[in-house]
Design a binder for this molecule. Structure first.
Ligand code: NAP
Length: 472
């Protein structure tokens, strides 16, 4: 496929941000741009495969857009290739005109309180990866049998996903692509109550309206909100929240929940609590998590006027055998690439990577998605975000290739075949798009037999075995 005059771009990571960047590059370029996408796993789609809740299949249908990009003749996919292990930044700069990092935010943010590592305390990132069949989290031990109460810390959509997954019935989970190992454990769950804890109030919660509404429509769980706590939190005026349509609607929904009467005996409960921050996770005699101590907060004006949570002297202890920490995600530094430790992102200006110390632009290196702006927004947010970066790339490459300064931007070895040879040498188990298509077909066929969209392969070896049936 390679054309000597082609501009070759490597995209690292195959989640929504990576695919939108690839799509824009292939669509917008006047010149001939070739895109190679490198992905650590054999399977693409990032959080669409391993983050979006299994009971939200419509959201996952966005992959059809990415499939179109992948079918483009100037696109190649190299799965099971780890940046920094099989290929370095220097290798890529040698073979490509530009690199776009789209590696997301795979780590959880820690709470930084005693007891965080106790058995029974889990990062939401791990739990979400586990029920979605991410190979990194297949072995997670989640004990849903010993505990009747779980506490989810955080007031974002991930907290709601986790809470919902803990109370969906086996019948509700049956037609989803939840990983088989998780279906088994969830079916035996004895968790009766899930308490979702926000450090601020209902008006400051990061939930979006459809996700909050969904919580009130569960088959076997009631949503419970204490009207007194709700109104106490709402008594502090928040001008920004007042102006925000999502926040206003959230408050309406929560007020309606607070007026609901208790459901039938024996039903599960999702309790939404506010103005509470965990201060310690407490172990029981067996050394596992037994309770959470929380500080009651008040809302005070912080810097820039936004309300922040301030702990009072009051404490509350809630017995619970499980905690899920859903307080946001963090990026991981990539070897040789600048990193802002405080924000957990690659420092950049509009997608152009800059050095953290000098602010100087790092030529030919760009960034998109969560590793660019932090873990915020929905899948579609990445489309616009990727466009900004692609515009910067085209602006940087465009004039350079026509005004004679192109040499400075040119890689020393822009040969597509050479790069593929190098990758195959270093990773004989490289998975191409054909390999992924074989995995995809295999999973869908398994799913069809049991009325599910797919049965996910959750181990790399299984994926490689199936992919190999299509590899040249
Ligand atoms: P998020 O929306 O940023 O929410 C994080 C929550 O954690 C906030 O309530 C935050 O409270 C709280 N928090 C942060 N630090 C804390 C601490 N030290 N102690 C207690 N609470 C703390 O993050 P997310 O839920 O991980 O979601 C990430 C992004 O993915 C979001 O944009 C989300 O909308 C999106 N997403 C969307 C869907 C969907 O569309 N269905 C599903 C999942 C995720 P403060 O506000 O007080 O900081």
């Amino acid at each position: 496929m390679s054309d000597e005059s082609a501009i070759r771009i490597a995209v690292i990571g195959s989640g929504p941000a990576g695919f939108y960047a690839a799509g824009h590059l292939l669509k917008d370029s006047q010149a001939t741009i070739e895109v190679d996408m490198l992905e650590r796993l054999p399977t693409p789609w990032g959080l669409v495969r391993s983050g979006v809740a299994p009971d939200h299949p419509k959201i996952k249908s966005v992959t059809r857009v990415y499939e179109k990009t992948a079918a483009h003749p100037r696109f190649r996919y190299f799965g099971n290739v780890t940046f920094g292990e099989h290929v370095s930044r220097e290798d890529l700069l040698e073979h490509y005109h530009a690199i776009v990092y789209a590696t997301g935010s795979p780590l959880d943010r820690p709470l930084g309180i005693p007891g965080e590592e106790l058995p029974g305390s889990h990062a939401a990132t791990e739990f979400v990866g586990w029920y979605n069949g991410h190979p990194d989290h297949t072995g997670l031990e989640v004990d849903l049998v010993s505990a009747e109460r779980a506490i989810v810390i955080g007031n974002g959509n991930v907290a709601l996903d986790v809470a919902r997954m803990l109370v969906l019935t086996p019948e509700e989970l049956a037609p989803t692509d939840t990983a088989d190992h998780a279906l088994e454990v969830l079916a035996r769950s004895r968790v009766r109550e899930v308490v979702v804890v926000g450090r601020r109030g209902p008006a400051q919660a990061a939930f979006t309206n459809p996700e909050l509404l969904e919580l009130g429509e569960l088959t076997d769980a009631d949503v419970v909100v204490d009207p007194e706590e709700l109104e106490r939190a709402l008594a502090v005026h928040d001008e920004a929240a007042e102006q925000d349509v999502t926040s206003r609607r959230n408050v309406e929904i929560l007020r309606e929940y607070s007026q609901r009467t208790a459901g039938a005996e024996g039903r599960r409960r999702v309790v939404l609590r506010f103005l509470l921050s965990p201060t310690e996770l407490i172990a029981g005699d067996d050394g596992a998590l037994a309770a959470v101590e929380l500080a009651r907060n008040e809302l005070v004006a912080g810097e820039g006027g936004a309300l922040r949570a301030k702990a009072t002297e009051q404490r509350e202890t809630i017995p619970a055998g499980l905690v899920f920490r859903a307080i946001g995600y963090r990026g991981i530094p990539l070897p040789g690439v600048p990193f802002d430790e405080r924000r957990g992102v690659i420092p950049n200006e509009g997608g152009r990577i800059v050095r953290a110390d000098t602010g100087e632009q790092q030529a030919r290196e760009y960034v998109v998605g969560w590793i660019k702006r932090g873990p915020s927004g929905v899948i579609g947010t990445n489309k616009k975000d990727a466009q900004e970066t692609v515009d910067a790339i085209l602006a940087d490459l465009g004039p350079a290739s026509s005004n004679g300064s192109a040499a400075a931007l040119h890689p020393s070895s822009p040969d597509a075949d050479a790069l593929e040879r190098l990758l195959r040498e270093r990773q004989p188990d490289l998975v191409t798009y054909e390999g992924w298509s074989a995995i995809d077909r295999y999973e869908r066929e398994l799913g069809e037999r049991s009325g599910r969209p797919r049965v996910k392969l959750t181990r790399i070896e299984e994926m490689l075995r199936v992919a190999a049936s299509e590899e040249p």
